[in-house]
Design a protein around this ligand. Structure first.
Ligand SMILES: [Zn+2]
Length: 752
């Protein structure tokens, strides 16, 4: 810090800019007063005050640029396309970042709002990167999920229905045009080689161009789980590999080439990859480092990092919330610290190996607080895997670039060489087969604080010597395994907020069952909702996954969870276990799948699970009609789960089962759809509470007004996950059953 006076002001600026919008508004004189004080004081103290003033001011600027809720309204935006178009196959659309100059919702005009995404149907030719456009569409965002462990809302997306609503205001500049042309050439050449679908080509695209379009969701999850996802976000790593390789090549040449060639290689690479945010960060940092070197302030990498952070935040204050920004700054800061000192624990290794290991570990520890905050997990295997994966990725980055160069000149030769690239992808494909175990991926709630604590303890253990190291290790182990809440005397049924879908957790002491697991397009609810829900209850596995039917909004989350946490048994109807998602889930069950039908009763601990539908041997074309209807008796209360059953089947079940349907709590069928929950069904169940599981402002209009009216007429108290978030019925020891809403009021208010 002594040699980098910008470090403290930069840290204050970043932290205050990130926190100010979450705190109460500060009056305008506060940052001005701080700035005046800083100027008067001078020196390092004055610089710190100036940094704090700038942070507060930028934070307030972010607050004023906030986009007014509610979502779903027609919005007009003018701005520049400032990112590359990415295919969103699941949504049949293409999406790119837009840096808006202004935005208008109704009569409200917002100047300099934060960046948002534009979504265009895949069928339309998108405006190129760098062009200034005026666009009209509806503004929406993923509203977040309101459980005891909340999932933050997503970025704003402007959904544009047609090209008619996109007007070009100004065309792109020289850099953007070059990048557009190069990208288009490469895409055409890969197309001409006819090898677009090969795993090696998908890997090359991700590694060299940062285009993950060819990778599967499972592949992406496997990389994240193993702590290797950073290799596929084009970053300073890529620039370093390119520059290092070029300087090795230039080493044999004349003196002038030694500086010229690496610089040229980096410029060509930047022009090819384009304006990825991580790339801009890396080039700004490299540029500043070079400028500082030329200025004669040798070796102050911390200074370059601090200046780059201030510069980027000043231009785009919302960047402080960007996961990529946080990860790469954390990793770089760790790397800088790691190159100055060597971990004592590695002292016995040869010096060069110890230095390399220290650098790798320090970079990972620096990024850890932010990766834990973003993904809620850490990978104990990552330090080991990175040792092999980083050099491997560097090698395949160079080979991939060479292959792209061949494809540009001789597409047919590139086609014949493509199988070679598959060799590079093979080890990464193996990651998908790692089991759902804590030594692969350890769930860690508690966000940035928990991540920082783990990173500090790990750095301490690696740096200390002798007895101190052992003391620290024992203390950390005690803290990690420390006192847990006694779970044996607890009965609980929790309806989790999984957006548009169903998921309920049934617990009797250490026994836990999940009835459905939700499932949203493009989201991993296993990692985001289900595993955290297990973890806050001190559970690391699922005893039984009960699947009502195979539709995505009930099954996908369970399938995602199976990649992270062991699932012992799967129960469903015979036909649902034989098809689609249900069949895949059955394969993941440790002790196999169990086909159930009306009349079956299974006891687990003190819980009694009674199946009421479908009848044995009954099949239907519509999976909803085959929904497994389960009544759960737990500790004196009865809960009835109706899946996605429609009125005709509900009437049939009511006629067959009669008053044995009676339950205290009813999970309303089909998310409260108008064609479910007839009066005959309610008359037999006579519930006190009804739970509707539906997404905030979902496209289906669930729950329907007619259904809510029927429930009201029957005198039922209605609870809704879209309004109340997670809904929990629980009983501790000998106390009464209690209803609680742990995430109410939810962070983002429902709009309907
Ligand atoms: Zn459904």
């Amino acid at each position: 810090v002594r040699h980098s006076p910008a470090a403290v002001p930069a840290a204050l600026l970043v932290v205050l800019c990130a926190w100010a919008p979450k705190l109460a508004p500060v009056p305008a004189w506060a940052p001005l007063g701080l700035a005046a004080g800083g100027l008067a004081l001078g020196g390092s103290g004055g610089a710190a005050l100036l940094g704090a003033a700038a942070g507060l001011g930028l934070g307030e600027l972010r607050r004023s640029g906030e986009i007014p809720a509610p979502a779903g309204r027609v919005t007009e935006v003018e701005g520049t396309i400032c990112g590359l178009w990415r295919e969103r196959v699941e949504f049949a659309s293409r999406s790119a970042r837009l840096c808006p100059g202004w935005l208008r919702v109704g009569r409200q005009l917002v100047l300099r709002p934060p960046r948002l995404f534009v979504d265009l149907p895949s069928a339309f030719a998108p405006p190129r990167f760098g062009t200034t456009v005026r666009v009209r569409g509806t503004l929406n965002r993923f509203p977040g999920l309101a459980n005891a462990t909340e999932v933050a809302p997503g970025p704003w997306r402007l959904r544009v229905k047609s090209q008619v609503f996109v007007t070009e205001v100004a065309s792109s500049g020289a850099f953007a045009s070059t990048n557009n042309a190069l990208r288009a050439r490469i895409e055409r050449s890969i197309g001409a080689a006819g090898v677009g679908g090969r795993p090696g080509v998908a890997l090359t695209r991700a590694l060299v161009l940062g285009d993950e379009g060819g990778m599967t969701n499972e592949g992406r999850r496997a990389l994240r789980r193993a702590g290797l996802a950073h290799l596929f976000a084009v970053s300073g790593f890529n620039l370093t590999v390119v520059a290092a390789f070029a300087s090795v090549l230039a080493g044999a040449g004349p003196r002038g080439a030694r500086f010229l060639l690496p610089g040229l290689a980096v410029i060509v690479y930047l022009a090819t990859v384009g304006p990825e945010p991580s790339m801009l960060r890396a080039s700004i940092m490299a540029g500043l480092a070079l400028a500082l070197l030329a200025w004669g302030r040798a070796g102050s990498a911390t200074q370059a990092l601090a200046l780059a952070a201030m510069l980027l935040i000043a231009v785009e204050p919302a960047m402080v919330d960007d996961v990529g920004f946080r990860l790469s700054f954390g990793a770089t800061a760790g790397l800088i610290a790691g190159t100055r000192n060597r971990f004592a624990a590695l002292a016995r290794l040869p010096p060069s190996l110890a230095a390399a290991l220290t650098a790798s570990l320090a970079a990972q520890l620096g990024a850890l607080p932010f990766s834990v905050a973003a993904f809620g997990e850490l990978s104990p295997l990552a330090p080991l895997l990175n040792l092999v994966a980083v050099p491997w990725a560097a090698l395949w980055l160079l080979l991939g670039m060479a292959w792209i160069a061949v494809a540009l000149v001789l597409p047919s030769a590139a086609g014949r060489l493509a199988p070679l690239l598959d060799l590079g992808a093979a080890p990464f494909a193996g990651l998908e087969r790692l089991p759902p175990a804590p030594w692969v991926s350890l769930a860690l709630p508690g966000g940035i604080v928990a991540g920082a604590a783990v990173a500090l303890v790990a750095a301490g253990v690696l740096s200390c010597r002798g007895a101190r190291r052992w003391l620290l290790l024992v203390a950390a182990a005690l803290a990690a395994t420390g006192p847990r809440p006694a779970v044996s005397a607890l009965s609980e049924v929790a309806f989790l907020d999984v957006g548009q879908g169903d998921a309920a957790l049934v617990r009797d002491g250490p026994f836990v069952a999940l009835i459905d697991g939700g499932g949203l397009v493009g989201r991993d609810l296993g990692a985001a909702v289900l595993r955290p829900a297990l973890l806050v209850r001190g559970l690391g596995a699922v005893d039984v996954a009960i699947l009502s039917h195979s539709d995505r909004d009930h099954c996908q989350g369970l399938l995602d969870l199976a990649a992270l946490v062991p699932i012992r048994e799967v129960w469903s109807s015979a036909s649902q276990l034989a098809r689609g998602c249900g069949a895949q889930l059955a394969l993941r069950a440790r002790r196999g799948a169990r086909a159930l039908a009306a009349g079956d009763v299974v006891w687990r601990g003190r819980g009694r699970f009674e199946i009421l539908h479908p009848a044995p041997g009954q099949y239907a074309a519509d999976p909803n009609a085959e929904s497994l209807v389960v009544a759960v008796d737990l500790d004196g209360r009865r809960f009835l789960f109706g899946g996605d059953l429609a009125a005709a089947d509900e009437r049939a079940v009511a006629a067959r089962a009669g008053s044995s349907l009676t339950a205290d709590v009813l999970k309303v069928s089909h998310h409260g759809a108008a064609r479910s929950t007839p009066l005959e069904w309610l008359a037999e169940i006579r519930p006190r509470w009804a739970v509707v599981s539906a997404g905030v402002s979902n496209a289906y209009g669930h729950p329907a007004a007619a259904t809510l009216a029927r429930l009201r007429a029957a005198g039922v108290l209605v609870l809704r996950t879209d309004r109340d978030g997670e809904i929990t019925f629980e009983r501790r020891a000998a106390g009464p059953w209690r209803l609680s809403l742990p995430a109410s009021p939810r962070a983002v208010a429902p709009t309907r």
